[in-house]
Ligand binder design. Structure first.
Ligand code: NOJ
Length: 556
């Protein structure tokens, strides 16, 4: 077993975690000051969303210097101190590595703008569509849309050509076909390994190899094709990943490597994470966080539990023989799970946050806790577009308004799905600005912070926090939680998520009520008479399950 098979990872979005200097933006010293919180929770690995120098168009996912810390977050010395502090407490640190694209303010891109520069080929430049006047509407080389609305090509008047940006125009895609680009990135990653980092989360890593030639795709209402998958998962992907693994020394240094891979399937996930392939340790897949939408992110449909169960089970079974799962419900791009899949009303918030956690943490794979998830933090509750900071939400709003959609309806879907739901400041206490900052927070603090905050959760033995702590401890204690074979039970049940985990003679049964209504104990489950209740959300005894009750049994 690799060391990370027993690890639980905690994700920090540095801008929103803790502000030490009163400028309203979280920083590295803020994290250093709260290492005790991570120790109390018992996590093994900390993943930092990008901390590099950046114009912050996409809050750091647009890097202008890979080898320095953004001044708004601190200094390299602060980062060294954080790494040392985590190591001292037995934790590891992984950095978010964004190498599909750089900022348009990165010196490489600035040089690349000159067609005569040796760096011209480091990015993906194309002339205007044939017979079109460069720079005029519709003259983009193809109709590829960007993930943040609008064309995926930006015009550069200096050379009369366009560069590809699958995300914002300030995030120019690197040309991985160029061997110098790859060599330079690997050298930079090795520099971080030598500095003491223990691994990487590789941003949209399946997009580094493009499918050429990039052509037109099926157009939506604004004439653009938003199927990023048409460009991603290119033919050289496995080659690039294996090359990176060898060149950076992933295996040699026993690094923790998780790739973010939107739009893949279980076969691809297995091919990336099969240890024999020497590519990645695990990947973030997306089907399970798309079950409440119809195609596009912003078209909401009610969650159907059997569909969610089938999706998660497909990966549990599919990666049983080779490969490894990463387990997440939340991150900096997803809404709060208690508001999305649970019931965030006062009556059920705590129970549903715990039951979501029980379900996720008893699956096989590496669980991820996103800051504030361990408190059962809820969605932001923004009601006007001015409250948002996230470019994805804001761009979508303006595009959809221009296409004639009513703004109230748009505000409702954005309130449900916006990435800003996860990015509101971490709530530390019931005081001013939830103890996040003494200044003006860069994003509003959740109104419910007087109830939902770390200090209150730690003081209450029945809190969501202590439930997470127990789940994490259970994974560390029991081999069956780490390695046991998964089997889904009652797949079609609309209310209950039930499964077993088996290792040798040891068998666990997880029964989770994913509704706010009480449910009778179902037919067809293994006998629990004489079984040991390892962890439950409610006082034991009742035959029926209360709303959002879950139980973990060790069967006799
Ligand atoms: C995925 C990251 O998680 C997201 O936050 C970012 O906007 C895009 N990649 C572009 O880097």
């Amino acid at each position: 077993m690799a060391w990370w098979h027993s690890a639980v990872t905690y994700q920090i979005y540095p801008r929103s975690f803790a502000d030490s200097n009163g400028d309203g933006v979280g920083d590295l010293r803020g994290i250093i000051n709260h290492v005790d919180h991570l120790v109390a929770l018992g996590v093994d690995v900390v993943w930092l969303s990008p901390i590099y120098r950046s114009p912050m168009d996409d809050n750091g996912y647009d890097i202008s210097d890979y080898c320095d810390v953004d001044p708004s977050l601190g200094t390299l010395a602060d980062l060294d101190e954080l790494i040392a502090s985590l190591h001292q407490h037995g934790m590891k640190l992984i950095l978010d590595m964004v190498i599909n694209h750089t900022s348009d303010e990165h010196p490489w891109f600035i040089e690349s703008r000159d067609p005569a520069s040796p760096k011209r080929d480091w990015y993906i430049w194309r002339p205007a569509r044939e017979a079109m006047e460069p720079g005029t509407p519709g003259a983009e080389p193809t109709n590829a849309g960007s993930a943040f609305s609008g064309p995926g090509w930006a015009y550069d008047p200096q050379s009369g050509q366009y560069y590809l940006h699958l995300f914002s125009p300030k995030q120019a895609d690197l040309n991985w076909e160029n061997p110098e680009v790859r060599a330079e990135l690997y050298t930079m990653m090795r520099w971080w390994v030598d500095r003491g980092v223990d691994g990487f989360r590789l941003d949209v890593i399946n997009m580094i190899s493009k499918t050429y030639p990039i052509g037109d795709g099926p157009a939506g209402p604004d004439g653009l094709c938003y199927q990023l998958g048409m460009v991603a998962n290119g033919p050289r992907l496995h080659e690039f990943l294996a090359e990176m693994n060898a060149a950076v020394g992933f295996a040699e240094h026993e690094l923790f490597i998780v790739g973010e891979t939107p739009g893949i399937d279980v076969e691809l996930a297995r091919s990336f994470t099969d240890p024999a392939a020497r590519e990645l340790d695990m990947v973030f897949t997306f089907e399970h966080v798309e079950v409440d939408q119809a195609g596009m992110k912003w078209e909401l449909v009610p969650l159907r539990l059997p569909v969610l169960k089938a999706t998660l089970a497909e990966y549990q079974y599919g990666l049983e023989q080779a490969g490894w799962n990463s387990l997440y419900f939340e991150n900096h791009d997803q809404p709060r799970s208690v508001s999305r899949f649970g019931d965030d009303s006062p009556a059920f918030r705590v129970a549903s946050a715990k039951t979501l956690a029980t379900t996720l943490h008893l699956l096989k794979g590496t669980p991820y806790v996103y800051q504030g998830q361990e408190l059962g933090m809820t969605n932001a509750g923004f009601t006007s577009i001015e409250q948002y900071n996230d470019l994805e939400s804001i761009n979508f709003f303006h595009l959809a308004v221009s296409l004639g959609l009513p703004s109230e309806q748009l505000l409702a879907v954005i309130a449900a799905k916006s990435r800003d739901n996860a990015r509101t400041p971490m709530c530390w206490d019931a005081g001013v600005n939830a103890g996040f900052t003494t200044g003006q927070p860069w994003l509003p603090v959740n109104a419910d912070h007087t109830q939902i905050n770390a200090a209150a959760a730690i003081a209450d033995p029945d809190s969501v926090f202590h439930h997470y702590r127990k789940l994490i401890a259970l994974r560390h204690e029991l081999a069956v939680v780490r390695e046991g074979r998964f089997e889904l039970l009652l797949a079609q049940d609309e209310a209950l998520f039930t499964f077993t985990r088996t290792l040798g003679q040891v068998r666990l049964l997880v029964v989770a009520n994913w509704t706010s209504a009480a449910q009778p104990w179902p037919w067809g489950l293994p006998e629990v008479t004489g079984a040991e209740l390892l962890l439950g959300t409610h006082p034991v005894g009742a035959q029926e399950l209360s709303g959002w009750e879950s139980r973990i049994y060790r069967l006799a």
